[in-house]
Design a binder for this molecule. Sequence first.
Ligand SMILES: Nc1ncnc2c1ncn2[C@@H]1O[C@H](COP(=O)(O)OP(=O)(O)OP(=O)(O)O)[C@@H](O)[C@H]1O
Length: 286
Amino acid sequence: MKIVIDNLGHVYPNGHKALDGVDLTLEGGRPVALIGQNGAGKTTLAKHMNGILKPTSGRVLVDGEDVRTAPTSYWSRKVGYIFQNPDDQLFLDSVRKEFEFGPRQIGMSADETRARMDRVARLVGLEDRLDTHPFDLSPTDKKFCTIGSVLMMDTGALIFDEPTCGQDRAGNERLAAIISRLSGEGRLCITISHDMKFVTRNFPRVVLMHRGRVLMDGPREEVFTQADVLRQAYVTPPPITRVAQKAGLDGAVFTVPAFVQALKAARARNQDCRTSEACEDRQEKE
Ligand SMILES: Nc1ncnc2c1ncn2[C@@H]1O[C@H](COP(=O)(O)OP(=O)(O)OP(=O)(O)O)[C@@H](O)[C@H]1O
């Protein structure tokens, strides 16, 4: 799946310009995080990728097809959108019915639907809850029910809008495992998130938005070392990254093991410096 966004602009009917010349190419099985402060335009951008919104200028191409040329129902078979609030998505009286709903709309056979349901229910951890009413699920499982119902459509790309909102640590780990699995299958996973710990741990590519534009797009290691740009966009790196930066450790540090490694490397460099004549000379000069 390849999504090309070409000079995309979006002005809402009330005249508010939410996107202003966005250029992006999203492709393949490398998970991408969309970050930026509230109102930066992340959701507006993502909603163009499956035709929920149509460009007011520029173009969005999904596998070469312009999103303006077909209704949202067509794009939802190609790009799944998992909304932030499960209550906006769930409306049937069992997990099973939620999972069957999408496939039924597109005329999938009963056998195919059953086979998919087995796979998806296992992936989202709801194989024992298929006959439960979604409103009787825990908030975490409710979220996984919405994810499962979208996964049933077997789309090449998936958009997760604030998926960690209201999740506990175990929920975040389940989510990370699902995104990793889907990416490993070559699906394009795009995630909107304000949770920088989740972003830095799970998304090799990060797109930073600010006032309807892309401010940075690159590997997380590059994006999270641009402290000035992040500040300009009101994005705060995770605490461990900030501590490492304040301590002058090299590179972008996102985890405790990486912190320990960077600290050891810095100590070893200092040790080498103390024992080498060249460093002693340099230190004397300094
Ligand atoms: N239906 C709408 N009509 C008018 N303006 C809107 C509409 N939806 C969003 N906006 C405005 O467009 C801008 C971008 O909103 P959007 O929801 O895309 O931002 P976001 O980066 O996803 O923010 P958040 O992180 O809070 O979800 C904001 O100023 C928002 O108020």
